[in-house]
Write a protein that binds this ligand. Sequence first.
Ligand SMILES: N[C@@H](CCC(=O)N[C@@H](CSC=O)C(=O)NCC(=O)O)C(=O)O
Length: 282
Amino acid sequence: MTILTKISSNKMFGGVQNVFAHDSKELGCSMKFAIFIPQECGYSKVPVIYWLSGLECNETNCIQKSGIQRYAAEYGIVIVCPDTSPRGLNLPGEKDSWDFGEGAGFYVDATETPWNKNYRMYSYVTSELIDVINANFPVIPGKQSIMGHSMGGHGALICALKNPNLYRSVSAFAPICNPSQGAWGKKALEGYLGAENKGLWPQWDATELVKSYSGPPIELFIDQGAADPFLTQLLPENLIDACKDTQIPAILQMREGYDHSYYYIATFIGKHVAYHAEYLCN
Ligand SMILES: N[C@@H](CCC(=O)N[C@@H](CSC=O)C(=O)NCC(=O)O)C(=O)O
């Protein structure tokens, strides 16, 4: 049984925004997650959307900056936002840079030491966290979708592509689409999987996973600011080309003038919740 410790609780839009901590077996440390529970949960179970944040984030960025709760309340959907990496381990080098280690778990299961024991964010998100949520909150098991931003957008894509029946739908804001080819991604894959182990990288690269995808039909909804300063290393065009080649339906929604920030996310988060609600609430 998982013991949940309540960190904070605030009523909003008729529901409640909570943050909890729990001991994660997968990550070997205490982890926090935020969960918005709409008022419908007072009398019935509802669907759930998992949100994965980007580099330098924790469980609070989405709940404090995106305004997602307004739409979650409207559609009656639980929103779960995990932290982005294990915390407090004090591994050597873990806090040396903002784009690797703490706050930058990249939603992979590391194979390189010293990361391989704890940096297992993929298994945490796709298995342990779902079990914790299903066992402790009024959600309908299996009625779940996933979305995220940047590193977390890539995390959402690989979680869905690697587990075709786990999520009803997937969407991503400004995702890192082809990490093997961009600076942030290369640094993460080299560190967590090994620079010499390039054979492992395609399993953790959304564009490569699309190329080898053989599961049931799955649509990828990619949202991208046209004025994003990181666009040249996010590489949505590589993902879209791979989708065209493999006939995987993909929506690439370009947003003129928008950057990489939560100002951009807040502008369009309602469109994404509405998109997922089509799969979750009908
Ligand atoms: N410090 C960096 C920029 C870091 C950044 O933009 N982080 C994004 C996610 S980027 C990809 O995963 C973010 O969401 N930040 C948190 C926030 O609340 O905005 C730099 O110097 O370039």
